[in-house]
Design a protein around this ligand. Structure first.
Ligand code: PMP
Length: 402
């Protein structure tokens, strides 16, 4: 059986497990609410028109990226994007490197910190995206947690958060979801962000923003503008302090498979930023040498051109509005059924996911009796819903809690 005969089958990821079970289910009413990607009302993946348009321009040679240029640090392409969105307040004290989507940006940031930062402890919110623990552990950091979600209110445990960050050793790294916290959909208010900022600066903690859903999307559009998404990050930039930002362009442009992302490290001065950049190159070089250029060319083209940019924001709003409408429809459906409990968190939470508060037993009841699939923590993807399927979900939730 060869030298790998002792290699065991890995446990499937929980989320893959959900999809495998869904695929096997022959029921015509089955519903997959595990998916973390946007789906249309018809349940189809969405390729943005503006992306199609730019791809056509690329095919017709009307936009010619220089494929021969080494993009180890893809200065121009990604900086175009960043200047257009969040980071143009950074002036020159930021360094930005293109990485493999959000995950790759977090990993490069983690490896850089493990090598060049004096504190090796990173605090993650409880709960958080499951991969965070593995990414930062493997990067060589030691992972601790801070309180974030309060099951009783299905909202933020703000006191717990302040207490835990307040007792973290000075210099510790703190991972913050820039907006649309995954899996809870619970974000601090802007006033709470300001208090978090003050505490972080007071204690000389180092903020590391995970911005997987930002410049978009599922939040910000609740308040009606791209800018709103960026506000928490901007607060931390405006005070002149240091921070890291890992950005993914998967969700906001529907470019999941292109793996476009960027890590930005905001330093105290341009001089430090350029030294940091030289070290980031050394982290990246043995990992993947250079990032892929195609997806980044699409992103940069859209953000550089005013008309394309506007088209993008309209399409984003379309996605966000559909998600928000699903929240309202589900909330209304539960209310009209008189389902016991306060379901207002469904419309209060932000982003692609609703953290329903259903427990593992209720989830498995819904799967067995109603063919509805989701992770056992009760997280449902609002993008997996449509006006047609809301009543079925509401029936299932109603039966699960009564
Ligand atoms: N961070 C969070 C909070 C996420 O939810 C995700 C995607 N599920 C990522 C990072 C990774 O994003 P990407 O697919 O761009 O690597």
């Amino acid at each position: 059986h060869g030298t790998f005969r002792r290699c065991r089958v890995a446990l499937p990821l929980k989320i893959v497990h959900v999809t495998v079970a869904y695929n096997k289910d022959p029921s015509p009413v089955k519903l997959n609410l595990g998916v973390g990607a946007y789906r249309t009302e018809e349940g189809k993946p969405l390729v943005l028109n503006v992306v199609r348009k730019v791809e056509q321009l690329l095919i017709n040679d009307l936009l010619v990226p220089d494929y021969t240029v080494s993009l180890l640090v893809s200065g121009d392409i990604m900086r175009n994007f960043l200047e257009c969105s969040v980071l143009h307040y950074f002036q020159n004290r930021v360094t930005t490197v293109q990485c493999l989507s959000g995950t790759g940006s977090l990993r490069v940031g983690g490896e850089f910190l493990a090598k060049h930062y004096h504190q090796r402890t990173i605090y993650l919110p409880t709960p958080t995206w499951g991969n965070h623990h593995k990414v930062f552990n493997l990067a060589g950091l030691s992972v601790k947690t801070y309180r974030y979600y309060a099951p009783a209110t299905r909202g933020l445990d703000f006191e717990g958060l302040l207490e835990d960050l307040g007792s973290a050793p000075s210099g510790s790294i703190v991972l913050l979801h820039a907006c649309a916290h995954n899996p809870t959909g619970v974000d601090p208010t802007l006033e709470q962000w300001e208090q978090i900022r003050q505490l972080i600066r007071l204690k000389a903690l180092l903020p590391f923003f995970d911005s997987a859903y930002q410049a978009s999307l599922f939040c910000g559009f609740a308040s009606g503008s791209l800018d709103a998404d960026a506000q928490p990050v901007r607060l931390f930039v405006a005070d002149g302090g240091e921070l890291l930002v890992a950005q993914s362009y998967a969700k906001n442009l529907g470019l999941y498979g292109e793996r476009v992302g960027a890590l930005s490290i905001v330093c105290k001065s341009a001089d430090v930023a350029s030294r940091v950049e030289s070290q980031l190159k050394l982290v990246i070089r043995p990992m993947y040498s250079n990032p892929p250029i195609h997806g980044a060319s699409i992103v940069a083209a859209i953000l550089k051109d005013g008309d394309l940019f506007n088209e993008w924001t309209i399409e984003l709003k379309g996605m966000a509005d559909r998600i928000i409408s699903m929240r309202q429809q589900l909330f209304d459906a539960l209310r009209s059924r008189g389902t016991p409990g306060d379901w207002s968190h469904i419309i209060k939470q932000i982003g692609m996911f609703t953290f329903t508060g259903l427990n593992a037993e209720q989830v498995s009841f819904m799967t067995n009796e109603y063919h509805i699939y989701m992770t056992s923590d009760g997280r449902i993807s609002m993008a997996g819903l449509s006006s047609k399927t809301v009543p079925h979900l509401a029936d299932a939730i109603h039966a699960a809690v009564t």
